[in-house]
Design a protein around this ligand. Structure first.
Ligand code: MRU
Length: 341
């Protein structure tokens, strides 16, 4: 299914609507800044690297749409698009890094014509897209070396093509390890409330990789019942000290992995590492609308006036991480360093 999550079609971005999967495969055309803002906010497109890629195209789109304006108007519209996109989802650092790259193209070429700058913005967005795909190939190859034959592994959220436009981070590692006959079965956490587990199941089903979906609350029972070799997860932002934010539920998976001596492997491109954030406490965690919890599918299962807490991510402290796998290599985490000493 490679190449399906998004495609740039010359003057608009076509995206697979992830809120409809796996029951229906519907595409959306994004043609102006507000289309991009909505697609990111409403989780039509999601996953840290993919959000970064889409952010790049959003700025390129704003440039193309204003290519016939005068320079002042062009610049104002592109800067407005950058500001609008940067206010969509706060946790994944990939979004901000992509926007910084796009902004630099604008700043460095401000003496050129709007048409020329718009073309350069498109080239930069395509470069971000290509680099993210290449990063997932390296991560997959490297990460698979950590997986022993006959492994039962657990993953959370979706970290595949739908989250990266490439092979995936954690899911890329699983794919590569499966090709090497090392994966017996993948346990897919459902990942309430957005159920990104259904996206992972969809990708695994397409690749004929054996899997089972379980509700998030069943994960403790799973560790007691099945010998899990590794939990393999993605990340939205990795702080300088190794703490990282990822989909809500990741922290409990890290605690269980330590308790049951399963490796806990964090897979992410270099664009997810944030040296400017010292530790996990400084990561801004997105809190989403309470109706995502009050509702199941389209129906309310809790009255509208019941209070809920709906953090989209949690922070896992560095001491619970066995390995970090990025496109630049494998780094031992503090848990591994402690176990080995
Ligand atoms: O809210 P989402 O679906 O955008 O959250 C995505 C995750 O938490 C992923 O695990 C993370 O972005 C890594 S994707 C390679």
């Amino acid at each position: 299914m490679r190449g399906k999550a998004i495609s740039w079609n010359g003057d608009y971005l076509l995206v697979l609507d992830q809120t409809k999967l796996p029951l229906s495969e519907e595409y959306l055309a994004l043609r102006d800044t507000e289309d991009y803002v909505k697609a990111i906010r409403l989780m039509k497109v999601r996953g840290a690297p993919l959000i970064g890629i889409v952010a790049g195209y959003a700025v390129a789109q704003a440039g193309l749409n204003s290519a016939f304006s005068d320079l002042q108007d062009f610049e104002a519209k592109v800067r407005k698009a950058i500001a609008r996109i940067s206010a969509t989802r706060p946790t994944a650092v990939n979004l901000y890094k992509a926007l910084e790259r796009m902004q630099r193209v604008l700043d460095d070429n401000i003496l050129r014509t709007p048409r020329e700058i718009a073309n350069l913005l498109v080239e930069q967005a395509k470069a971000i897209h290509k680099e993210e795909i290449e990063a997932t190939e390296k991560i997959s190859r490297l990460g698979a070396t950590l997986i022993p034959p006959g492994s039962e592994v657990v993953t959370i959220c979706n970290t595949g093509e739908l989250a990266t436009a490439g092979l995936g981070t954690a899911l890329g590692v699983i794919r590569q390890a499966f090709r090497q006959n090392k994966i017996k079965r993948v346990w897919v956490l459902e990942t309430r409330p957005y159920l990104q587990g259904r996206l992972t199941a969809w990708e695994l089903a397409k690749d004929k990789i054996p899997f089972r979906v379980l509700v998030d609350g069943a994960v403790g029972a799973l560790f007691r019942k099945v010998k899990i070799s590794a939990s393999i997860v993605g990340a939205d932002r990795i702080a300088k000290n190794g703490d990282f934010a990822n989909k809500i539920g990741t922290y409990q998976l890290a605690v269980l992995s330590e308790k049951h001596q399963a490796d806990f492997i964090v897979c992410a491109p270099t664009t997810t590492f944030d040296p400017n954030t010292k530790s996990g406490d400084q990561i801004k965690i997105e809190e989403r609308d309470g109706d995502e919890v009050r509702k199941f599918s389209r129906s309310f299962v809790l009255p509208k006036n019941y209070p809920v807490w709906n953090p989209a991510f949690d922070v896992t402290p560095a001491e619970l991480v066995s390995y970090y796998v990025s496109d630049e290599g494998i780094k031992l985490g503090r848990r591994k360093l402690k176990d080995d000493s």
